[in-house]
Design a protein around this ligand. Structure first.
Ligand SMILES: Cc1ncc(COP(=O)(O)O)c(C=O)c1O
Length: 322
């Protein structure tokens, strides 16, 4: 099959996807409406960014091995059995990026799912499949100042749906919170945990700065174990910025000197207000600006110190035929 034979995928999807063990046109990567994952959310996914390098020719996939490891952990929570290793998953993703030959920033979405048409909500006795697709993606949130609102929807606790896995069904919880935030005129929700402590955004982790200390909720606080979050903690440690993982009270959001969301989608997004209350004196504040600068120079391949966080894929001018 040649590129010419492919009907283009709907924008912003890229033309090629990985499906049922091979690379196929995105429009052919389809499952039935009756599939277990469609009915019950029994899937897990990763969201990975590929950034166009400052050289204009290379796509830098950010923390690819870490995303692969987390996806396999999420799959493990679902008792999914896949003939895939961290290394083979990474290789497949690189092959798909090469095949799509993107000309700008991309978002890569690998997806593990229960593929049977089966009525019982359960985890075992079902088949598991892997699919991967890609789209072009710019900023997901305004990276200059986000309006956040604390949600009345509680973050699903680990003993209901484990949030440390990126499980498809748990995003119904995120959707309720995001929807409520939008209704209030905010850009993003902040979900509290069952005990009233700050958990995270609908699709991102959260940091505040109090008394100069960068502070974020612990990984046992019903949050996704964010890869950007871990990256930010590493940047802060290297830069000598004090950083602590501890429970955060709602009222601390109102007293923080600075606050920002972080995640693959939102990247590093300073928070301008929470529940209509302005955060700090300037947006972004100095700590947020320093972290954002390290992050954005790193992903564009302009920060040799963190080059090891990138998997560079040389962009080819045209994808080759099968
Ligand atoms: C609920 C939730 N929390 C946090 C994050 C941030 O995680 P990461 O930095 O690994 O993308 C995401 C998105 O990816 C998310 O969906």
């Amino acid at each position: 099959m040649t590129d010419q034979a492919v009907s283009p995928a709907p924008a912003p999807m890229l033309d090629w996807a990985f499906f049922e063990g091979r690379i196929v046109p995105f429009n052919d990567a389809k499952i039935s409406v009756g599939t277990h994952v469609v009915q019950y959310g029994t899937g897990a996914f990763a969201g990975i960014r590929g950034y166009l390098d400052a050289d204009g020719e290379t796509i830098n996939i950010f923390r690819l091995p870490d995303h692969c490891a987390r996806l396999l952990n999420s799959a493990r929570l679902l008792r999914a059995e896949l003939p895939v290793t961290r290394a083979s998953l990474a290789e497949t993703i690189v092959a798909l990026v090469e095949r799509n030959a993107p000309t700008g920033d991309v978002y890569i979405r690998p997806f593990v799912y229960k593929s049977n048409i089966q009525l019982t909500p359960r985890l075992t006795g079902l088949d598991d499949e892997l699919a991967i697709y890609m789209l072009t993606l710019g900023d997901y949130l305004d990276t200059h100042g986000v309006k956040a609102a604390v949600s009345s929807w509680v973050r699903a606790p680990d003993h209901a749906i484990p949030g440390r896995g990126k499980l498809s069904g748990s995003y119904v919880n995120a959707a309720f919170a995001k929807d409520e935030a939008s209704e209030k005129g905010a850009d993003e929700a902040i979900l509290l945990d069952l005990h009233g402590h700050v958990a995270e955004g609908s699709a991102c982790n959260l940091f505040i700065v109090r008394d100069g200390v960068l502070t974020t909720s612990p990984i046992s606080g019903d949050i996704l174990e964010g890869i950007t979050r871990r990256t930010v903690i590493g940047f802060a440690n290297d830069a000598g910025i004090p950083v602590v993982e501890r429970e955060i009270d709602r009222s601390e959001l109102y007293l923080a000197e600075e606050a920002f969301f972080c995640g693959t989608g939102v990247q590093v997004a300073p928070i301008a207000s929470v529940d209509g209350r302005p955060v700090g004196e300037a947006v972004p504040g100095p700590v947020t600006a320093q972290i954002a600068d390290i992050f954005y120079t790193t992903v564009r391949g302009k920060n040799p110190r963190y080059a090891h966080l990138l998997t560079p894929v040389r962009r080819r001018v045209a994808a080759s035929a099968d």
